[in-house]
Structures are given as structure tokens and as C-alpha cells.
Design a protein around this ligand. Structure first.
Ligand SMILES: [Zn+2]
Length: 153
């Protein structure tokens, strides 16, 4: 399975809510972890492998985490940090995001989950939820950095 990179129109589409936990969905989650690991990523959104479903996976926590229909319900503070994206190979940019968030959604088996997260894991969740809304790091870069990056894309 290939990671979709910048320029692929699927990355700009808004993913659909998951309405049912199916075997197909479980297979998707398995594939997402596999692709993320193969590419040394710490987070992946389904849209990055061309599936327009609201599912994210991450390894930024102590254990592998899946969030289905993730939602950020609270944001606090602000932090600028360097960030990469598997859909922008070789690019790093300083991105401003909330430092602390509260997120909710469903776990792999459809159970409700609610998380209070800070630092890198909070950044990863914000990044992946952006993907589900068709928002990419290039949209969040400061203008000077965006201009530099555009010459590399
Ligand atoms: Zn990304």
C-alpha cells in the first residue's frame, strides 16, 4: 500500500464518518499500522492511503492507539514545533498548534474514548485530524517557510 503524497487530490477531501465497525474497518486499521511502521511514521490518517474514512492511528503514546471519528473538543495553550508528514517526504516545518487538547472518538471495537493529551501526542492527533478535514502542513506553515517549501515540492 502506498502513501499518497502532496498533489494527490484525495488528501484535500474531507473524510466520512465511520458508521459501523466492520471487518473491513478492522482490516483498514491493520493496514494503516503496517504502512505507518514501514515508513517510520508516528501517525497516519486513512486519507493518506486513499481511504476517505475518519480513522487515525498513532504510535505517539505508550501503546498503539486508534481513534475512529476523532474530534478535538478542547484546545489549550500554544506551541511551535518542527513537524513532518509522510505525505511530504523529506520536509520539516515549524507549525503552531495547541499544546494541550482533549480528544474523543471511538476505539477499535467501537468503545467511546476520551483523552487529555499534551505535547507531541497532542500535536500528532491535531495533525491527523487535520488530514481528515483535507488540511495539510503546508496550510499551517508561516508564509516564509511555505515559500521555501514550495520550491522543494
Ligand atoms: Zn501528515
Amino acid at each position: 500500500m502506498k502513501i499518497r503524497t502532496y498533489g494527490d487530490p484525495v488528501l484535500r477531501r474531507k473524510a466520512q464518518m465511520v458508521t459501523e465497525i466492520t471487518d473491513e474497518l478492522k482490516k483498514l486499521i491493520k493496514d494503516m499500522f503496517e504502512v505507518m511502521h514501514q515508513n517510520d511514521g508516528i501517525g497516519l490518517a486513512a486519507t493518506q492511503i486513499g481511504v476517505e474514512q475518519r480513522v487515525i492511528v498513532t504510535d505517539a503514546f505508550d501503546m498503539p492507539l486508534v481513534i475512529i471519528n476523532p474530534e478535538i473538543v478542547m484546545r489549550g495553550g500554544e506551541e511551535i514545533a518542527e513537524e513532518g508528514c509522510l505525505s511530504f517526504p523529506g520536509i520539516k516545518a515549524s507549525i503552531k498548534r495547541a499544546k494541550d487538547i482533549m480528544a474523543k472518538g471511538l476505539g477499535e471495537n467501537g468503545e467511546e474514548i476520551k483523552l487529555e493529551v499534551t505535547g507531541i501526542p497532542a500535536r500528532v492527533i491535531q495533525h491527523e485530524v487535520d488530514h481528515l478535514n483535507g488540511i495539510l502542513i503546508v496550510d499551517r506553515m508561516i508564509p516564509a517557510e511555505r515559500d521555501t517549501v514550495k520550491t522543494l515540492l
